[in-house]
Design a protein around this ligand. Structure first.
Ligand SMILES: Nc1ncnc2c1ncn2[C@@H]1O[C@H](COP(=O)(O)OP(=O)(O)OP(=O)(O)O)[C@@H](O)[C@H]1O
Length: 186
């Protein structure tokens, strides 16, 4: 059974960029878990593939039974990542990658998933701000919130909670280190 890999780091550090490169190079080796949601399926969405579509009653029961690593409510619907959904990826012969924040990391640590933890760090808070501004997807308010959260994430990374910390300065160099941890386990 391959161990799940938890990838965390402040918003804008480059997690999506590196994951995209990894999936392009290894299309079949990795997978993401399928989330649960209480919202209705949209046209074309397949239960168990796009989401595990779940009733509110079942979702609340699963929360009570601690079946979720994390869950949240957005515009009246529940969304969550279950421990089982992560295990299902390994059962399909793939390594599950989890892109989650600090709270999620803490939750995974309380489960029996035996994950490996990678923290992706920006070279500095200033660089992070430039990347968030450069990405052009955030309002000023959202950037400030992300910078505040980033400060807490960086503090947490100093506690030894992660197996590996990679600084995303030069993208190609960071990708080689990222691959070395994820693919070769170093
Ligand atoms: N090494 C790098 N040097 C310069 N720019 C980079 C580097 N890595 C990523 N970027 C750029 O920084 C921006 C943020 O990267 P990305 O969207 O991958 O972050 P993220 O960690 O996935 O954020 P979120 O958690 O908000 O999804 C993007 O515009 C990306 O192109």
């Amino acid at each position: 059974m391959s161990r799940p890999i938890v990838i965390s780091g402040p918003s804008g550090t480059g997690k999506s960029t590196l994951l995209k490169k990894l999936f392009a190079e290894y299309p079949d080796k990795f997978g993401f878990s399928v989330s649960n949601t209480t919202r209705n399926p949209r046209a074309g969405e397949v239960d168990g593939k796009d989401y595990h579509f779940t009733s509110v009653e079942d979702f609340k029961k699963a929360i009570e039974e601690n079946k979720f690593i994390e869950w949240a409510q957005f515009s009246g619907n529940y969304y969550g990542t279950s421990i089982k959904a992560v295990k299902d990826v390994a059962d399909q012969g793939k390594t599950c990658l989890l892109d989650i924040d600090m709270q999620g990391v803490k939750s995974v640590k309380k489960t029996d998933l035996n994950a490996r933890y990678l923290f992706l760090s920006p070279p500095s808070i200033e660089t992070l701000r430039e990347r968030l501004e450069g990405r052009g997807t955030e309002t000023q308010d959202s950037i400030e919130k992300r910078i505040a959260a980033a400060t807490a994430e960086l503090e947490y990374s100093k506690t030894g909670a992660h197996d590996r910390i990679i600084v995303n300065d030069d993208l190609e160099k960071a990708y080689l280190e990222f691959k070395d941890f994820i693919v070769n386990g170093n």
